[in-house]
Design a protein around this ligand. Structure first.
Ligand code: FAD
Length: 379
């Protein structure tokens, strides 16, 4: 079969691309590597009277790293990003995920922008985007807690995994900031999405750690929901389950501390748990009763035993819920090895390894016997 007739345009600048797209509106489609679009056109599953080829637009190609931010321009071939040292240093997860995309002929033509714009449910790059935000959140929590407790910079850095938006240098600079407010200023200056939220929440005279962490969680949850909207079922469910886990943890903490004000503003939307179920749990003012209330709610019923078992220990609860999430991802990775689950699993393992490595280093420094440290090794 051949594509339906179309007019071919080959602009050489972004200005010409935007003019063409403005002129032809919905009748025009941009062509990047063609790996997804061309088969759709050839099989006549889609048709457009105008194709705007981006391949001659030099301005849309390239990889840059400046002021802690990694920029991969839309028309950069996946194979170029895969072998680029800057990407490997600033975003190790991305570098590890790229070789999983199809085979090398596909990556030689396919572009990073095309893959994200196409947002195929089984594609690697949208999963990486969600996973990297989750990693940012863990790092920010560790750094913010460290600053509030006055822990030394090196301790705060232990086990953190760099990402494109929080590369190693920025992590180190954040660890050196003595207050959460200063960390917020630095995040804002580096253009990190959580900068405004951290700065606003930390500007109170007596910053409340719990609310600052919640502000970070809210920003990243909103991004994850937006990012997974066009992705497949597994990634959407993964994001929703992560948000539900956050809300459960928040509800149990609020029930334990017995807050007077309404708790609706502390609820994160985007999961399966409903705001009224969250408020009902916090209103119990008792973590065990709150765990029962959450367990009765449809979206979190399957984690009811975990909620009850760890109702009075938020740290243990978080670990148990995380283990549960890993088991779910492992199962999905076995069932669907070409989907996004293997990438998420890789990330979980990478983090466990880096935390274990930090434990080994600190253990050796503190003279802990090697036999006691052996348990920290993660293969
Ligand atoms: C045999 C085969 C196996 C594959 N295996 C995998 C795999 O394992 N994992 C995986 O992730 N992917 C896989 N892919 C998809 C591949 O990664 C494509 O590169 C990707 O889906 C689209 O990128 P592209 O540059 O070819 O975009 P195109 O096919 O040119 O465009 C795809 C869509 O994105 C739009 N678009 C492209 N660039 C832009 C832009 N800059 N701005 C706005 N819209 C834009 C186009 O209009 C079009 O709608 C496979 C493809 C093939 C043919």
């Amino acid at each position: 079969m051949k594509p339906a007739p179309f007019e071919y345009h080959a602009p050489e600048s972004i200005a010409d691309v935007t003019t063409l797209l403005g002129e032809h509106g919905d009748d025009a489609k941009v062509l990047a590597g063609g790996q997804s679009l061309v088969p759709l056109l050839a099989m006549r599953l889609t048709r457009f009277p105008h194709l705007v080829d981006l391949n001659r637009v030099e301005e849309l190609r390239g990889i840059e790293r400046e002021n802690g931010t990694l920029t991969i321009k839309a028309m950069t071939r996946q194979a170029i990003a895969e072998h680029d040292d800057t990407v490997a240093a600033a975003a190790p997860l991305l570098a590890k995920a790229l070789p999983f995309i199809g085979h090398f002929q596909i990556r030689n033509r396919g572009t990073v922008g095309g893959s994200i714009a196409h947002a195929d449910p089984a594609s690697e790059l949208p999963a990486v985007a969600v996973a990297l935000d989750a990693e940012d959140r863990r790092s920010l929590r560790a750094l913010i807690r460290g600053a509030s407790e006055g822990a030394p910079a090196d301790t705060r850095l232990a086990g953190l995994v760099p990402t494109p938006t929080l590369p190693e240098r920025l992590l180190r600079e954040l660890a050196e900031r003595g207050s959460i407010r200063e960390q917020g200023v630095l995040l804002l200056a580096a253009g990190h999405p959580c900068g405004p939220a951290v700065l606003a929440a930390a500007s109170d005279r007596e910053p409340d750690l719990f609310r600052i962490e919640l502000a970070v969680a809210r920003t990243l949850a909103e991004r994850a929901v937006r990012g997974s909207r066009r992705a497949g079922r597994f990634l959407r469910d993964y994001v929703a389950a992560t948000i539900d886990r956050d809300n459960c943890r928040t509800a149990l903490v609020l029930a334990a501390i017995g807050i007077e004000e309404p708790t609706a503003s502390l609820f994160l939307p985007g999961g399966g748990l409903r705001p009224e179920e969250f408020e009902r749990a916090t209103a119990t003012r008792d973590p065990v009763m709150a765990a029962r209330a959450l367990g009765a709610a449809g979206a979190t019923r399957d984690v009811a035993p975990i909620l009850l078992q760890h109702a009075t220990s938020p740290a243990d609860l978080e670990r148990a819920l995380e283990d549960r999430a890993v088991t779910t991802v492992q199962r999905e990775a076995r069932l669907n090895p070409l989907g996004p689950a293997p990438v998420l699993l890789f990330l979980h393992r990478l983090r466990q390894q880096s935390i274990a490595l930090a434990r080994l280093v600190w253990g050796a420094e503190l003279g802990v016997p090697p036999a006691a440290l052996a348990g920290a090794v993660v293969a």
